[in-house]
Structures are given as C-alpha cells and as structure tokens.
Design a protein around this ligand. Structure first.
Ligand SMILES: Cc1cc2nc3c(=O)[nH]c(=O)nc-3n(C[C@H](O)[C@H](O)[C@H](O)COP(=O)(O)OP(=O)(O)OC[C@H]3O[C@@H](n4cnc5c(N)ncnc54)[C@H](O)[C@@H]3O)c2cc1C
Length: 401
C-alpha cells in the first residue's frame, strides 16, 4: 500500500498552495474585494482567473484537450484541498461548485463533440456559469427526489414541456447553462429524466434569490418557476428514465469535491487559530503553551487527517473504476462534521478576533453549516450506509477496489 502522491501531482499541489497564498489569500483581508453577498467581486475574480490560467492552474478536472489539467481524482483531491484553503480559491481556479460537478457530468454523458463544444466548453473556459436544478420547495422533493418530485416534463412530439417549481438552485442568477431533473413517469426507479436548457429559453423565470445564513455563491441560491419551458428531445441527457442515474453520476464526484475543498477550509481554520495562540499571551504565557489549547489543536489536526484519508480513499476507488458509493457517503458525513468543528474551535481559540470579520473564520463558520445539508443531508448518507452494511455484513470492510 503506497500513500505517496505521484511526483507531478505533488509538485502541482505545492504550486497551487503557493499561488493561493501569494495571489488570493491577500484579497480576503480587504472588504473592497467582496461583492454584496460576501463572495469575491466579479472584476477581481476575472483578474485572478487570467492569472490562474497563465500559471497553468485551471480546471483540474477537465481533459487537457479541452483546456483542463486532465488529472485523476486523486490529483483533484490534492489540488482542491490547496485551492480550498482560501474562501475565494476554488472559484478563481474553476474548481468550485456547482460548475465542477456539472462539467464532470457533461464531459461524461454528452454524446457528441459538437454538444460538448456548445454546452461544456464555455463553462470550462470560464465564459459562462451553470446550475443543477433538482431540489423543490415543499411539498416537492428534497432528500427523496425519486419519491417526491413534482416538476413534470411532458413529452409532446419532439419536445418536452416543463412545469413546476424548484428552489435552492446554486448559481442560478448568473448561470447560462442549466441541468434540470424532472418527472417523466410514475415509475419508482425510472420516473425521472434530466435535460439541458439555456437561460434565454422562454417560459421559465427566477422567482427570487433566497436570502440565507451563509456567504453566497455567485448567483446565489434561487427559486425557479417553470411554466411551459420547451426542451427539444435531443437536449435530454441519456435516455428517458435516466434522471436518477444522471444524479448519481454527478453527485459521486461532486460530493467528494465538496469534501476536498472543505478539508482545505478546515486546514485554514487550524492555520489561523494556530498562528493566533502562538502569539497571543494570557496569564503569563502564550495561549499555545496551555495543554487544553494544544489538545484542541491536536484533536482537530487528527480529525482533518481522518477526513483526508476517507476522501483520498474514495477518490482512489473512483480512479479504479469503482462507484465508491459508501466511501463517498462516509467522507461526506465525516468531512462536513470536521469542517464545522474546525471552524467552531478556531473561532473559540481566536476569541473576539475570530468573531470579527478581520479573519476568514466567521465566513467559514457560517458557510460550514450548509455542509451537512447539501448534496444529501448527513442522515440520508447514514441511511445509505446502513443499507450497505445490511447487505454486505463484514464485507463492508474490504481493502482494494
Ligand atoms: C447552500 C445550499 C445550496 C444548494 N444547492 C443546490 C443546487 O444547486 N441544486 C439543487 O438541486 N439543490 C441544492 N440544494 C438543496 C440540497 O441539496 C437539499 O437541501 C438537500 O438535498 C436536502 O433536502 P431538503 O432541504 O429538502 O431537506 P428535507 O428533505 O426536507 O429534509 C430535512 C431534514 O430531514 C432529515 N432527514 C431527511 N431524510 C432523512 C432520513 N431518511 N432519515 C433521517 N433524517 C432524514 C435531515 O436532517 C434533513 O436535513 C442546496 C442547499 C443548500 C443549503
């Protein structure tokens, strides 16, 4: 068993880390670099994206022939973790949600190079943004899309006609390319289908950008209404009834890339807290000399390493052609918790400064709360793990792919 990164991936990892520290982290300190929703201002983003492309640090998940770095998932893990150390890092290097999951999906399932040229290439190039449109407000579907989805896609000749409502759609206010999941039949397993549509298509609208507790992606999280949007049959992804399959193809790697970025953020929490307690004194000595403080730092470092191992194992399995469903679920549950605890401990250790906007900690603390909800609530992943365990018994714990 060899846990060493390939030399070229390790070199890239160091390059990403240096770029993040030199070019992007300094932007976090000045509120003038933020937009109204606490993300990087678009003009600053464009300038950083030009630099990232010039440095060869762009779209690590995409094939080289389309302008990406063509890395295996193990390489994504190394790259994303470094990018994730800055709150602005992933979006500057085009490895942010939801575009990264959408790009990976489209690269896998679009049937022709012409379709990739139109729907995928502009996202890779950073010219347009994209959204994945699945979740619905009550009484529609959230955790249980197959059972509860209400948005319908009705086949009429060579088109599907869409009606219904969606919400919490990341990036929708700035996206041009949308991947929509809707119901095409009552079949419990094959009742959903997935489609592509463009922002300029008629008969759909953004009802509102939903105010929420976190710092927002560009384009926010939005509520959408569909009232007769027409989608040509050739813009359906895979076959009718493959909506759940599309969701699984997208969410496996997309959940894992969340973990990769969140581990970077958790490491950053420790970096900020560690630097503070090394310098800050109370009761005659630096805080970092106190055993209780050291235990908090040591425990958090250990937890981050657990998350890294789970994430890297799942990434490696996917590289071997495995679906790694239970490994992705374990990583998702664990890393979401770790990010939350790392942010909480770091705010505690940095005292009032941690509560202020003088460091990235309070941003990370609020953002971390969505980690246990997005792309499957932790409880749903635990339910899935229990199913795997019931089926596999002691075979749950095997080595290799
Ligand atoms: C910031 C953010 C961005 C998002 N971006 C997108 C996006 O781009 N596209 C998109 O389609 N969706 C998006 N979502 C929606 C997200 O995927 C859903 O929130 C998630 O799937 C859970 O669905 P729900 O919110 O409807 O929760 P519900 O299904 O209403 O569940 C509520 C709670 O019930 C509990 N629960 C649910 N099932 C079980 C169970 N089986 N056992 C025990 N407890 C259970 C969990 O604690 C869960 O949190 C986003 C959400 C957030 C917060």
């Amino acid at each position: 068993m060899d846990f060493t990164l390939a030399p070229e991936i390790d070199e890239l990892r160091l390059k990403v880390g240096a770029f993040i520290e030199r070019e992007i982290m300094p932007l976090e300190a000045d509120r003038a670099n933020y937009d109204d929703y606490e993300n990087i201002r678009l003009d600053r983003l464009e300038a950083m994206r030009v630099k990232a492309k010039a440095a060869g640090l762009w779209a690590p998940q995409m094939p080289r022939k389309r302008g990406g770095l063509g890395l295996p998932l193990v390489g994504w893990a190394a790259f994303y973790e470094e990018a994730g150390r800055s709150i602005f890092g992933p979006v500057c290097l085009n490895c942010q949600a939801p575009d990264d999951g959408n790009m990976s999906l489209l690269n896998k399932v679009l049937p022709s190079e012409e379709m990739k040229d139109f729907w995928l290439q502009p996202i890779i190039d950073g010219k347009v943004r994209s959204s994945f449109v699945m979740t619905e407000p009550h009484p529609g579907s959230g955790s249980d899309p197959a059972g509860m989805m209400l948005t319908r896609a009705e086949r009429k000749g060579d088109r599907y006609v869409i009606s219904g409502r969606k919400w919490f759609i990341s990036g929708a206010a700035v996206a041009s390319h949308f991947i929509l999941v809707a119901r095409t039949s009552e079949d419990p397993r094959r009742g959903l289908s997935a489609f592509l549509y463009h922002k300029d298509d008629a008969n759909w609208r953004i009802v509102r950008r939903i105010a929420n507790m976190g710092p927002d992606e560009h384009g926010g999280v939005c509520e959408l209404e569909f009232d007769g949007l027409e989608i040509p049959v050739e813009h359906r992804l895979l076959e009718e009834g493959d909506g759940l399959r599309i969701t699984q193809i997208r969410l496996g790697p997309a959940r894992l890339t969340h973990c990769m970025r969140w581990l970077g953020l958790a490491k950053r929490c420790l970096e900020i807290a560690g630097a503070y307690v090394a310098e800050r004194r109370a009761f005659g000595e630096p805080l970092g000399q106190r055993e209780s403080v050291r235990m908090m730092l040591g425990d958090t470092a250990k937890e981050i390493e657990i998350g890294r191992l789970l994430t890297m194992h799942a990434a490696w399995l996917i590289d071997q052609g495995h679906r790694a469903q239970k490994e992705v679920s374990m990583a998702k549950i664990e890393v979401a918790d770790i990010l939350h605890r790392a942010a909480d401990i770091a705010v505690q250790l940095t005292g009032a400064k941690g509560y202020s906007k003088d460091t990235a900690l309070e941003w990370i603390y609020r953002y971390a709360r969505c980690a246990r909800l997005v792309d499957g609530a932790s409880e749903v992943h635990k339910m899935v793990l229990a199913r795997h365990y019931a089926k596999l018994g002691n075979e749950f714990w095997t080595w290799g792919a």
